[in-house]
Design a protein around this ligand. Structure first.
Ligand SMILES: [Zn+2]
Length: 300
């Protein structure tokens, strides 16, 4: 479904969505294509009440609204503020801190922090399931004070493994170990069999040649490019990720690192989309709510 969107920047967005009602109608278009679907039983005939502020399912008779089962469910923040937050967060290349967002929206920093994590969760819904063609695989360390990789000053750092299809999408996530089982497990989970995989000489990658066309570049010998054997694409992604984390968020706890990986992967993967397309993409895939409990391990 392609909706004709009549705003093309933040100023126009705030005019286009004067209230929660207009936001709700837009979300209904993006999520349901105008045809309400019951979140309780998936039936697609419902009665509309109070100008669409809620629906009642014809089959199971339960009430619902368009935000049930989405990242917008059960928050006290008006939907209009969510839309503004989403636009700011997806259009700013480096993201936005919860402090800044709190000021921009006139809400508490805690609320802003929670909103941003819910939006990151929605970003994860569009993560690539299978990479093909030529895929560069590499690991890095994030956090801690010292630079370096693989043991040199790795204390306090968390390992992150990344896979990027050249000219395509990236997938990255923190790992507890960079042993063979972990790294090859992720490669086999995310890369199509028979694809070409390029890595450095880390022993954990030995054996990938069974299922992939595996090329190795020997960084230990000071060699970084041999023909089209290189891992420069994923290294470029690492510098974006690290600049983003240090520049905007300063410090990221290990517990939440995967959400920041998802955030920067989303930015990378939607790099060819315009701001409005990116905004719409998140609204279309906003199902799945991230509870405060899940985030912090305690009740709100
Ligand atoms: Zn139902």
């Amino acid at each position: 479904m392609e909706l004709i969107t009549k705003f093309k920047n933040l100023a126009e967005l705030t005019t286009y969505f004067p209230d929660d009602q207009s936001c709700r109608e837009y979300l209904e278009q993006m999520r349901w294509n105008g045809q309400p679907v019951c979140p309780h039983c998936a039936h697609d005939v419902a009665y509309r009440f109070a100008a669409g502020t809620y629906y009642k399912c014809k089959a199971c008779r339960k009430k619902f609204t368009v935000t049930v089962g989405t990242i917008f469910e059960d928050t006290k923040i008006p939907l209009r503020k969510w839309f503004i937050a989403l636009y700011i967060f997806t259009s700013h290349k480096k993201g936005v801190s919860s402090c800044q967002l709190a000021k921009d929206l006139g809400i508490t920093q805690k609320s802003a922090w929670h909103m941003l994590h819910r939006i990151r969760y929605a970003f994860g819904i569009t993560e690539p399931l299978e990479l093909t063609d030529t895929v560069e695989v590499d690991e890095t360390y994030v956090g801690g004070k010292r630079k370096g990789k693989r043991g040199r000053g790795a204390a306090g750092k968390t390992a992150v493994v990344g896979l990027v299809e050249r000219k395509g999408k990236v997938y990255a996530r923190p790992v507890n170990s960079i042993d063979k089982a972990t790294l090859q497990g992720i490669v086999r989970e995310r890369v199509a069999p028979g694809a070409r995989v390029v890595t450095d000489e880390l022993a954990s990658y030995t054996g990938l040649a069974k299922d992939y066309r595996h090329d190795t570049i020997r960084h230990g010998d000071g060699v970084y490019v041999v023909g089209d054997i290189y891992t420069n694409t994923i290294e470029g992604y690492w510098s974006q990720l690290k600049r983003g984390i240090f520049g905007i968020y300063h410090q990221v706890g290990t517990k939440h690192l995967h959400r920041y990986c998802t955030e920067f992967s989303f930015r990378y993967n939607s790099r060819k989309s315009g701001e409005v397309a990116r905004f719409n993409e998140v609204l279309t895939g906003c199902d799945g709510r991230l509870m405060f409990k899940t985030l912090t391990g305690k009740e709100q």
